[in-house]
Design a protein around this ligand. Sequence first.
Ligand SMILES: *Cc1c(COP(=O)(O)O)cnc(C)c1O
Length: 425
Amino acid sequence: MTSRFWQEATDEARALDRDDPLAGWREQFVIPAAGQGESVYLCGNSLGLMPRAATVEVQKVLSDWGRLGVRGHFEAEPDWFAYHEALAPQTAALAGALPEEVVVMSSLTTNLHLLMISFFRPAGERRCIAMEAGAFPSDRHAVESQMRLHDLDPATDLVLLKPREGEDLLRTEDVVRTLEDLGPRLALLLLGGVQYLTGQWFAVELLARTARATGAVVGLDLAHAIGNLPLALHDWDIDFAVWCGYKYLNGGPGAPAGCFVHQRHHGQTDLPRLQGWWGTDPATRFQMDDSFTPQAGAAAWHLSNPPVLAMAALKGSLDIFQQVGMPALRRKSLALTGFLHRLLSAADPPVKIITPAGADQRGCHLSLRVAGGAGDQVARLARRGFICDAREPDLLRVAPVPLYNTFSDVAAFARAFLESRGETA
Ligand SMILES: *Cc1c(COP(=O)(O)O)cnc(C)c1O
């Protein structure tokens, strides 16, 4: 690339930043330092940055704890007993769900287990689970261990959805065919919404409809989708979904996660479920009389009283999402990631971008295939102040996040990436 190319890219980025209606939100986040200045942080797909509001909300809970002691359960605002309930409407808006269809609780893998206990009900020949071959390892561990709980053998009953030979992405038509072929043998389709390695946003609605038409249940892992793309879990008729709070949701390391259970499953008395006192009707919870009266919605799966300190940080972030709204975030995200795609596509030799080019098939992040060790290149970029991540051996993931990244971040990264790719050590 010529220096003229980069001059034009930088000028264009500045103009785009100037016209960006969301530009002001960046100041609401703490950008990690690099050297004397700020890093260019492009790793929100892994751990979202800290909103300044997180400090305020956490400090408030600490101060209420000191001031009120046990009375904080009822007298703090929001009160600690129902702290998670205060987060449900905001979370539901991000999930495209009714407030009673979501509950903020626990961690992603735990929630996946809790919901699979209820919704993976193998019976007779209907006992297969279909999931991506390259699914996040924790999801694979969860699925295999659930199969063993039912005395099933993953070697025969786990169906891995694979890209074609020589390809990186799943083709929708191939997945549809596999699901239809499985037909009465398919018990559960478990799909990552945005694939964590490739960045591919699956045709979730179509695949869910196909799987449900065979009589199967559909679960989604939205770790890389929530807060990244607009979701409509209720309208898509998804049976259940789980996600974490620390990636695009910016809830902090190990943040409370969430889950979704479609309204049509609420109040179903024949669903087996692992129970805890927070899943019971709050009106009778403290009578301590051993009877379990499940809450009406997804909260029936809630086990324990909420980790309020951790939820406070998440609240700081969800308040921002509520003010900005997913449609505006998505508009900027498409422009931001589209700009990165365009700059990298102009390179010679070309950059192999694994993530689909179509805007309707991806979220924020792009996965780039690099030669000579992704980890080494990520380390070289880090020395220049660019934070992104590697998935060895050869994938580099870069995620421009519309809440806090700029078009100038993207232009600077594209240049640093291309300049650093030929270097060694
Ligand atoms: C990040 C991520 C996880 C992590 O699981 P935890 O239970 O939060 O540790 C699991 N699955 C997917 C798809 C992820 O992206």
